[in-house]
Structures are given as structure tokens and as C-alpha cells.
Design a protein around this ligand. Structure first.
Ligand code: C2O
Length: 586
């Protein structure tokens, strides 16, 4: 099984030496390549490589730095670093029979990641490969072999699934801390970490069947024909099958509900399809001008008290997890992060998430989302297909990782009627029942499913000019969100224009949602524990939305928070202007 490690890469310019200085202080040797301000840093890096550095066995690579020498190492740089693998904590999740720590081998060497020199692998839509018997046979065989590996083999199907549990169920604390967990959700780490996870998973599967063109299909849930549970995972005798799913959804061509909250959407199929496409369209449209709205907020090493904010792509993705997993109990497998990756469809789902990130990048001219060393130097560890612990370099360009996606139509990018044509618009205010709605005030409020929270929120500025809008995006922000149980929580956010101080009966336009999956943890005494819970926040871009609903001249907005499931308190609602990082628009 041992293949030669592919060490075609290392960006080792003098910049790296500087960086190593810093790394030594952090006790983790890190090398990054940092040249140019595009994704092709590694080419330049190859030309500059220094052979002496290639010999180091303990090198780690970051996401790929961008900053120039002049910037120097940031004194306060705090990229998330891989944990100390010898210190895996019991992350027992009630749904797992065993804790999810991997077998630890102290003599395992951590080696550098080399960009593969394999053919470009093309990931295809799951609903379109279902008639490609040859491909399906390979896929099933690869997963079958993965399941048949010894239980403690790092490539074993369940060991691979445990990797996901380790990084979201608090199995590891960040280096030099004893209480700050490594968490790969709810922040700007979410998309890169899952990209790497899939990348290695795909290569391992390919290796098991000796096929370096093998790819994980993507569950193309952003198009009508892909909005049902992919048939290839439904055959009961197949290794791709999983019993722990919501059978009502995965059978019989049910349309996935991207706003799912453990209640069935009573709308017709075509209406749910339209709502899904609109949700995706809005997500892109509202977040193209600022990456954190799409990808999530920064998280830096050692930070404890920050309010996590996931991007809207993660929010959409959460609904798919919930919709696939069992509706009750521990929501296994997909509905709880500790077990999610035990269902093969997880990887197809994430393949699509990864693809949507790539489309987002393309729409923004492939500019780097966060020109911030703490993002670019974030460092992860994975088992590669050679049974080594490896650490990733630049993940921003899938072509460097030698994969791409089959091009398929993007119906959500086209013209769809997404604005509500509210009846209230045509009615005069005397015909409507208007209610008085006040400001949020200063006391936190518990959301109540039967009585949505409605508040008026002042806008910092109205009637902004085009240029101002290009420079700053208007963001609706919900602060101090506390999910008060270990259960899934979701609320949806709507905005409307008030009539003076009064609000119409209609909640107005859907803007986006907050979602936390169930996150359960069993303590050493076997009872369920409340995991460390950070407060969260939700940021939703509304510049384009206000144009769409003709609200540019409103002084304030009525914001409505509709609790869909779970138990949540909210500390405040505000509207702010944030600096954009792109002028891209759709
Ligand atoms: Cu790590 Cu879909 O979640």
C-alpha cells in the first residue's frame, strides 16, 4: 500500500525562514509559500524551492500565505494549528458506541503534503452517474474495501467518519490550551477544512481500487433533478446504503427542503423547488460582496469568547444534514455531526458544498476570500492515501489538488421570481391590521415558536448611492444568539418596511436563517453533558434585498425572527455598514 509520498512541492523562500522563526515559538514548525496574490503560488514556489527544506520531515503547510515579506510575521498572528494528537479527549457522543478518538501511534511521522501529480479528476452529479454501472461498481467496491479494513486502520470507513467527530465534538483542544476546542464548523475554517477532508477521502477510495481518476459524486441539490435523495445511496444491499436515515425523505422522490426544521413543508414540489432555488440565489446575491457572509467569520487560535458566525452556505448545508438524518433520537446519522460522516451521502453532500464554494470564488474573479494570515496559515492534519499524517498546503485552487467539477446548469443563477408579491402591497393600510412594533431594547429575548419576535431596527443610512453600496454592504446582524439546549435550533429572518411605527401583518421578505445542528455529548458518567457553548451571531447582507423590495428610502425596517425548532435566546438586532471585499454581483 505504501506509495511514495509526492513531495513535488514546497514553497521555501526566505519568507519561510522568517516564518519558521515564528513557528518555533509556537512549537509547531510551519512552512508556507507566500508569493503572489493569486492562487498559483505553488508554481512560483516550486521554482524557488530550497532542497534543504525538503528534507524536513516535520514540516507543516498552511492554507497558503499571501502576505509579502514586507508585512513580516504578524506578532499577533494566530492561525488555527493542528492539535496535539497525543491528547485526544473522550468526545463520546451518545450516538456513538465508542468515543471517536483515533488509535494513536506516537511513532507516526507527520510529513509534508505534496500536490498530487495525478490526472484531473472530474466529480460528477450523483443523479447523473446512476446509470453509469461501471462507475457505480467501482464506487461501491471502494467503499466496501474501506469498510473491510481492520477497525483500527486509519483508512477504515468508521475511522474516517470519526475524523469528523474529532473536529466537531471537542475531542481535541487547541495547542497550548486545555479548554479551547478545535472546531471546524461555525467559522471561516468550515469550507477549507471540509475540502481537505473530502480530498483525502477521495484519494483513499481511489487508492483502494487502484484508480487515480476516482471521484466522489456531488449531490447536486441546487438543481431540480438533483433535489431528491440520490438513488445511488438507496440500494439496500449496497455499501453506500445507510439504515439511519429519515426514510420518509430518502424514498419516493421527496424534494429536499433547504429550510427544513423537522416539520414537513406543506407546499407543492414545484413551490419547494422554487423556494430552494431562491434561497441559494439570495445566499449568493447577498454575500458576494463580503466573503464572511458566505463562508463564516474569522476564528483565531486560542479565542474563547468570540461569537461564532457561520456563513449562509453552511446554514443551507445544515438543513440537508437534518433532512437526511433520523427525525428523532440522536438524529443519526446525518443530523448530528458526531455521526454524520458515517453515511456515505455525507461526502456527496459536501462535494456539492465544495462545488458551490468554487462557484462563489469564480463569481468573485477567484480573489482570495480573506487576505488574512490567520486564515491563510490555518493548518490541518489528515491521513493521506499513504497512511501518513499530512498537512495541507494551498487548498484554494481545486485544480492544484487535481480535481474539478463537471459543469452543469445553474438554475438559481437565472431569472427566478423570488420576491414575494405581497398582497399587502396592493392593499391600503386602512384595510390591513397593523400592529405597533418596538425596538429590541437591551434585554435578551427568548424566541417563541408561536409568537415570532418582531422589532423595528434603524438603518445607519438610507438612499445610499451606487458607489457607497459598492464600498459598504448593509448587514443585518443578530447578536448574542444562545442555543439553550443540545438540540437542533433554527430561526428564519424576514424584513419588511414599516408603515410609520406600525408593522403590517406580513413578515415580508425572507433573508436567511440561523441553524445549529444537534450537538450532544455524553459525559464520563454516561449522562448527557452540556458541551461548551459559545454564543453565536448571524450576519445577513441586505443591500441587494432592499433594492429588490424597494426599501432603499426606509429609515428603519421591521425585522421578524421566526423560531422553527429548538430553544434560542437573542441579545440584539442591528443594521451595520461593513466594508466590502468585492464588487461582484449577480
Ligand atoms: Cu462538518 Cu456537513 O459538516
Amino acid at each position: 500500500m505504501a506509495l511514495q509520498l509526492n513531495s513535488s512541492f514546497t514553497g521555501a523562500s526566505s519568507a519561510c525562514l522568517l516564518h519558521r522563526e515564528r513557528s518555533r515559538r509556537l512549537n509547531v514548525p510551519v512552512v508556507t509559500c507566500r508569493q503572489g496574490n493569486n492562487d498559483d503560488r505553488s508554481d512560483a514556489a516550486r521554482q524557488q524551492k530550497s532542497p534543504s527544506l525538503l528534507d524536513r520531515r516535520d514540516m507543516l503547510l498552511g492554507l497558503g500565505g499571501l502576505y509579502g515579506l514586507t508585512a513580516g510575521p504578524k506578532v499577533l498572528a494566530k492561525p488555527i494549528m493542528p492539535p496535539d494528537l497525543s491528547k485526544c479527549h473522550d468526545a463520546k457522543a451518545p450516538a456513538l458506541d465508542n468515543h471517536c478518538c483515533p488509535p494513536y501511534n506516537p511513532s507516526e511521522t507527520i510529513s509534508e503534503y505534496g500536490f498530487p501529480a495525478t490526472p484531473l479528476r472530474v466529480r460528477r452529479p450523483a443523479h447523473l452517474v446512476k446509470d453509469d454501472q461501471e462507475y457505480l461498481d467501482k464506487y461501491k467496491e471502494a467503499v466496501r474495501r474501506m469498510k473491510n479494513l481492520p477497525a483500527d486502520h486509519p483508512w477504515n470507513y468508521y475511522q474516517q467518519a470519526n475524523v469528523h467527530c474529532q473536529y466537531c465534538n471537542y475531542a481535541y483542544y487547541q495547542q497550548n490550551t486545555d479548554d479551547v476546542p478545535v472546531q471546524v464548523h461555525f467559522s471561516w475554517i468550515f469550507l477549507p477544512w471540509h475540502r481537505y477532508y473530502l480530498h483525502f477521502y477521495e484519494r483513499i477510495l481511489g487508492k483502494l481500487i487502484d484508480d487515480d481518476t476516482f471521484t466522489i459524486p456531488f449531490w447536486n441539490w441546487d438543481t431540480k433533478d438533483g433535489m431528491t435523495f440520490p438513488a445511488i445511496f438507496q440500494e439496500a444491499s449496497s455499501p453506500l446504503y445507510d439504515t439511519k436515515r429519515d426514510q420518509r425523505h430518502v424514498k419516493d422522490g421527496k424534494i429536499v427542503d433547504l429550510k427544513y426544521a423537522y416539520t414537513e413543508n406543506p407546499a407543492s414540489d414545484s413551490e419547494i423547488i422554487r423556494e430552494n432555488l431562491c434561497f441559494i440565489q439570495k445566499t449568493f446575491k447577498h454575500s458576494l460582496s463580503l466573503a464572511e457572509l458566505f463562508m463564516g467569520d474569522p476564528v483565531r487560535a486560542g479565542e474563547k469568547e468570540i461569537q461564532e458566525a457561520n456563513g449562509q452556505l453552511e446554514v443551507i448545508h445544515n438543513a440537508v444534514h437534518m433532512w437526511v438524518g433520523e427525525p428523532c433520537g440522536y438524529k443519526e446519522n446525518m443530523g448530528d455531526f458526531s455521526t454524520a460522516a458515517r453515511d456515505s451521502v455525507f461526502f456527496s453532500h459536501h462535494s456539492n458544498v465544495d462545488r458551490l464554494w468554487e462557484i462563489y470564488r469564480n463569481l468573485r474573479g477567484n480573489r482570495i476570500e480573506f487576505e488574512d494570515n490567520d486564515w491563510l496559515d490555518s493548518t490541518f492534519l489528515f491521513y493521506d492515501e499513504n497512511e501518513k499524517l499530512v498537512k495541507m498546503g494551498d487548498c484554494l485552487n481545486p485544480t492544484k489538488l487535481r480535481y474539478t467539477f463537471e459543469q452543469v446548469p445553474l438554475p438559481w443563477l437565472g431569472k427566478i421570481n423570488c420576491q414575494k408579491t405581497t398582497e399587502t402591497k396592493s392593499k391600503s393600510t386602512t384595510e390591513m391590521s397593523l400592529t405597533r412594533v418596538g425596538e429590541f431594547g437591551t434585554t435578551p429575548k427568548a424566541l417563541d415558536a408561536s409568537n415570532p419576535l418582531r422589532v423595528t431596527v434603524a438603518r445607519p443610512k438610507k438612499n445610499r448611492k451606487k458607489k457607497e453600496k459598492q464600498e459598504k454592504v448593509e448587514v443585518l446582524q443578530i447578536n448574542d444568539i444562545k442555543v439553550t439546549t443540545n438540540e437542533t435550533a433554527r430561526f428564519d429572518v424576514y424584513v419588511a418596511v414599516p408603515y410609520g411605527d406600525l408593522a403590517g401583518p406580513d413578515y415580508g421578505e425572507f433573508v436567511g436563517s440561523f441553524v445549529r445542528l444537534a450537538h450532544r455529548k455524553k459525559g464520563s458518567d454516561g449522562t448527557e453533558e452540556q458541551g461548551p457553548k459559545k454564543k453565536g451571531k448571524l450576519k445577513l447582507g441586505i443591500t441587494a434585498l432592499l433594492e429588490d423590495i424597494d426599501a432603499e428610502d426606509a429609515d428603519k425596517l421591521v425585522v421578524t425572527l421566526v423560531l422553527r425548532t429548538g430553544s434560542v435566546t437573542v441579545g440584539g438586532v442591528s443594521i451595520n455598514l461593513l466594508q466590502t471585499d468585492s464588487t461582484a454581483a449577480i
